[in-house]
Write a new protein. Structure first.
Lengths: 113, 113
C-alpha cells in the first residue's frame, strides 16, 4: 500500500511571498502523484500531476511541484501567492498498477494581506 | 458539461435514521469512490467500485453501505450503525486508465441533529 505525509497542517504567509507545501510519500512500487486544492465547502480540484518524464511539473494558478524519487517527496511551490490562494491543499498518491488513491491530511494555506 | 453531481448539498439526519447520499457521473468513468472528510484528518476512503455490480470496502466502511447497479451511479447509505456520521462526504470517479486523476463532486455535508 501507499501512504502520504503532509508535514505542515497550517502555513501562514504574506501576500506576494513565496510558499512551499511539503509532501512525502511511501510506496514499494512506482507511483503517480497529485496535488489538489479545496475551497471551503467544495470538492477537490486538481492543481497538477506527475505521471512520468520531467520531474518539474507546472499546474494551474501558477503552482508547480518537483518530484524527487530519492527523497520520496513531491513539494508544491508558488513564487508569489495571492489572497485568493487561501485554501486547503491535498497531496495524493496512486500506484501505477492499481486505481486507488491515498490522500495526505491536508495543509491549510492562509495568505495574509 | 461532464462532471460529478452530489445531492443534496446539505443533509440533516436524526439519530437512528438511515440516509442515502446520491452521486451521479456522466464522465463514462468505470471507477467510483466515497470519501469522508473530517477536520485535520484529510480524506478517508469508505468504499470504492472499479466496475458495475462490484465494490470493495475502504478503510472506514463500518456503518456504511453502497450499491453500484449502474455505471453512472454510486449511492452511499449512512446507516444507524455509524456512530459519528456528522462529516463532509465526497464522491469521486476516475477512468480505468491508471495514469489519470480522480474527479470530485462538490460534496454533501451531513449533520446529525
Amino acid at each position: 500500500a501507499q501512504s502520504v505525509t503532509q508535514l505542515d497542517s497550517q502555513v501562514p504567509v504574506f501576500e506576494e511571498a513565496p510558499v512551499e507545501l511539503r509532501c512525502n510519500y511511501s510506496s514499494s512500487v512506482s507511483v503517480y502523484l497529485f496535488w489538489y486544492v479545496q475551497y471551503p465547502n467544495q470538492g477537490l480540484q486538481l492543481l497538477l500531476k506527475y505521471l512520468s518524464g520531467s520531474t518539474l511539473v507546472k499546474g494551474i494558478n501558477g503552482f508547480e511541484a518537483e518530484f524527487n524519487k530519492s527523497q520520496t517527496s513531491f513539494h508544491l511551490r508558488k513564487p508569489s501567492v495571492h489572497i485568493s490562494d487561501t485554501a486547503e491543499y491535498f497531496c495524493a498518491v496512486k500506484a501505477w498498477n492499481f486505481n486507488k488513491f491515498y490522500f495526505g491530511s491536508g495543509t491549510k494555506l492562509n495568505v495574509k494581506p | 458539461d461532464g462532471g460529478i453531481t452530489q445531492s443534496p448539498k446539505y443533509l440533516f439526519r436524526k439519530e437512528g435514521q438511515n440516509v442515502t447520499l446520491s452521486c451521479e457521473q456522466n464522465l463514462n468513468h468505470d471507477a467510483m469512490y466515497w470519501y469522508r472528510q473530517d477536520p485535520g484528518q484529510g480524506l478517508r476512503l469508505i468504499y470504492y467500485s472499479q466496475i458495475v455490480n462490484d465494490f470493495q470496502k475502504g478503510d472506514i466502511a463500518e456503518g456504511y453501505s453502497v450499491s453500484r447497479e449502474k455505471k453512472e451511479s454510486f449511492p452511499l447509505t449512512v446507516t444507524s450503525a455509524q456512530k459519528n456520521p456528522t462529516a463532509f462526504y465526497l464522491c469521486a470517479s476516475t477512468s480505468d486508465s491508471m495514469n489519470t486523476e480522480a474527479f470530485f463532486g462538490q460534496g454533501t455535508r451531513l449533520t446529525v441533529v
